[in-house]
Design a protein around this ligand. Structure first.
Ligand code: NAD
Length: 352
């Protein structure tokens, strides 16, 4: 029986396919804009410069200082660059860090955002902005934060290093797995979640074999769009709370932390959310925790929190923080059980 649900569609235009970055000028035009401030990180500055050059006068400037966790100080400098360039929109070219900067600008001045997404993190299709000030990360959710147009061109992901591709792909899968048991899930978000997990499960091993294969890069980007859309559409639970705690309070890297935590958080919820998780468990030999662990190991993903530099002595504090103001979760979030989960993730144990 289909349970009662609420389904809200976020308005965004998605342009997908090899060579689709050629449609960037058209995408800017659909927003009625004429002067884009192009955003990137330092490592992607050359890529952004080349794309900006192709835009001609539509590119009013380039700001290449996007930084992970969206520091407010960087946003303020980017706002000044936006004003100096007399820009009327932003074009973010990159992963979650660059997209976060575009969102931070739009949150302040309501400018249209066009994103050229080059990782699998999924931020481009969520109305969520995380930003940091004085060492504190806060999150805001608002419809105006959602980018208006997203271009997914797999050609731009051919150079995404294999390790980053694997971690980013597992980060995307985590959005979908949590989306399957979200309290506010609906039939559409669940369909997208399963299809996204399937696409990434098939694509990631192929990317390891041949990182320059456009076919598997397309499949992974397609999966990441679906998984990101699920993240934007429904509430997240224990897995994201644990990753926010480990990233925010222990400075662990974003995608790697998601990759390590996913088998453990999935195993934690496996019994209480068994029905919702069954289609995903079926993709991983029937046991989601152990199956995801084996899958991540086969991809050469990082498996243990200790390998990210977390000290065993810090696990108690991590457990304390993770159970404080918990997100809704299908299984009660109990301190002793969370402490045991963290121990397993720290050691890289195979969840049962
Ligand atoms: P990232 O954007 O920091 O990218 C990692 C590095 O890879 C950067 O140096 C980047 O320039 C480089 N890179 C990106 N694409 C590349 C490519 N195709 N080829 C070569 N190099 C490339 O990493 P991320 O994992 O995409 O994003 C992480 C950030 O995004 C975190 O701050 C996280 O909190 C945020 N995030 C936010 C949401 C949301 O909905 N608000 C969702 C997911 C992630």
């Amino acid at each position: 029986m289909v349970s009662p649900f609420l389904y809200t569609v976020d308005p965004a235009r998605i342009i997908f396919g090899s060579g689709s970055v050629e449609r960037l000028a058209e995408a800017i035009g659909t927003q009625g804009c004429k002067r884009a401030l192009v955003l990137s990180t330092r490592p992607q500055q050359a890529m952004a410069q080349e794309i900006a050059a192709g835009l001609g006068p539509l590119a009013a400037g380039l700001f290449a200082d996007a930084t992970m966790h969206t520091p407010v100080e960087v946003t303020e400098r980017a706002m000044a660059a936006f004003a100096d360039a007399a820009a009327d929109c932003v074009v973010a070219i990159g992963g979650g860090s660059t997209i976060g900067l575009g969102k931070a600008i739009a949150h302040r001045n309501d400018t249209p955002q066009i994103v050229v997404a080059t990782t699998y993190a999924g931020s481009e299709v969520t109305p969520i902005l995380g930003q940091t000030e004085n060492g504190l990360k806060t999150t805001v959710r608002h419809s105006g934060i959602l980018p208006e147009v997203v271009i997914y061109d797999p050609d731009l992901t051919l150079g995404l290093p294999v390790a980053m591709s694997v971690n980013s792909g597992l980060n995307a899968m985590a959005h979908a797995i949590e989306g399957l048991y979200a309290r506010d899930r609906n039939p559409i978000s669940s369909m997208m979640a399963i299809e996204g997990i399937r696409a990434l499960k098939d694509a990631l091993p192929q990317i390891i074999k041949d990182p320059h294969d456009t076919g598997s890069r397309s499949d992974a980007l397609y999966g990441s769009w679906l998984c990101g859309t699920v993240l934007g559409a429904v509430g997240m639970a224990l897995h994201h709370k644990l990753c926010h705690t480990l990233g925010g309070s222990f400075d662990l890297p974003h995608a790697e932390t998601h990759a390590i935590m996913l088998p453990h958080s999935a195993a934690y919820n496996a019994v209480e959310a068994a029905d919702a998780l069954k289609p995903a468990a079926d993709l991983f030999c029937g046991s989601l925790g152990a199956g995801l662990h084996d899958f991540a190991a086969s991809l050469g993903a990082p498996m243990a929190l200790r390998d990210l530099g977390l000290k065993e002595a810090e696990l108690d504090r991590a457990a304390d923080l993770a159970v404080r103001m918990p997100y809704w979760n299908p299984r009660p979030v109990e301190r002793h059980a969370i402490r045991a989960l963290l121990q397993g993730a720290w050691e890289g144990a195979r969840p049962q």
